[in-house]
Design a protein around this ligand. Structure first.
Ligand SMILES: Nc1ncnc2c1ncn2[C@@H]1O[C@H](COP(=O)(O)OP(=O)(O)OP(=O)(O)O)[C@@H](O)[C@H]1O
Ligand SMILES: Nc1ccn([C@H]2C[C@H](O)[C@@H](COP(=O)(O)O)O2)c(=O)n1
Length: 231
């Protein structure tokens, strides 16, 4: 479906709320670009580990971030990211990156650098985009045409991630996933608020909804606030 909507859709939410999967599908449906800002924090983490940096050395990590060439491809059918010419799309999903990315995401100088890059990507080409992360509705693109917060209760988020990572949501998988998600969200929320909707941001609680229902709910909000027809 290509509706003619060419605006900016900003989406935030905690880990496992469904941002990436839902936003990719919404972008595909509306014929928009798709920006996964979390992938950019992960790419800087990959580079810092690759260079053997101490992640707590904030000035050194920020200097590295500013020096990196980040190529971000925003086709929702195949979102990719490269660091200094190395495609790290798969590598940034490794557990070692998930375990270390909060050290980078809480580095305020890295945030300034990546926020500037994200704004440039959002404005690029004059084409519309769905951008998702933790601070898109509040900091990166507070003037977006559509602003959404996807939430889900912690149990739902942990079960989703356990099924994705371990193929099931038995007790052992839930316990392993709980530690990862809760620790990361707690650290990340020290620098940005992605748990409470800011003024003007529409919250969708995805806990009781299927993936398809969430996509439909987002398209409905887009239609209501920006005039693109819902499917
Ligand atoms: N409504 C839903 N019901 C069940 N599973 C879902 C739903 N939405 C997404 N999922 C699944 O939950 C998992 C987590 O979704 P996704 O990666 O999109 O979350 P996220 O908010 O982007 O998390 P993160 O910020 O950690 O990357 C994926 O396996 C996805 O397919
Ligand atoms: N705009 C953003 C996007 C992401 N982060 C942080 C939060 C996570 O720890 C990390 C990776 O994000 P994910 O791929 O899990 O969505 O980056 C952030 O602080 N701000």
């Amino acid at each position: 479906m290509n509706t003619g909507f060419r605006g900016v859709i900003a989406v935030d939410g905690p880990s496992g709320s469904g941002k990436s999967s839902v936003c990719r599908e919404v972008a595909r449906t509306l014929g928009l670009r798709y920006l996964d800002t979390g992938a950019m924090y992960r790419a800087v983490t990959w580079a810092a580990l690759d260079r053997g940096l101490d992640l707590t050395d904030q000035p050194a990590v920020a200097a590295l971030s500013r020096a990196l060439v980040l190529d971000v491809a925003t086709d929702p059918a195949s979102p990719r990211i490269a660091v200094d010419g190395v495609d790290v799309t798969a590598a940034i999903r490794q557990t070692r990156i998930s375990e270390n990315v909060s050290a980078i995401a809480t580095n305020l100088d890295v945030r300034s650098d990546l926020i500037a890059r994200q704004r440039a990507l959002i404005e690029e080409k004059g084409a519309g985009i769905v951008a998702e992360g933790r601070d898109i509705t509040t900091v990166v693109a507070p003037d977006a045409d559509v602003r959404l917060l996807l939430t889900a209760d912690e149990n739902a988020r942990i079960a989703r991630r356990a099924r994705e990572l371990h193929g099931n949501d038995d007790a052992a998988s839930l316990a392993a996933t709980h530690a990862q998600i809760a620790t990361r969200d707690a650290r990340d929320s020290t620098v940005v608020d992605f748990l409470v909707a800011a003024d003007g941001v529409v919250e969708i609680d995805t806990s009781p909804l299927t993936f398809e229902q969430v996509v439909a709910a987002v398209l409905r909000v887009v239609s209501e606030t920006a005039g693109a027809p819902a499917r």
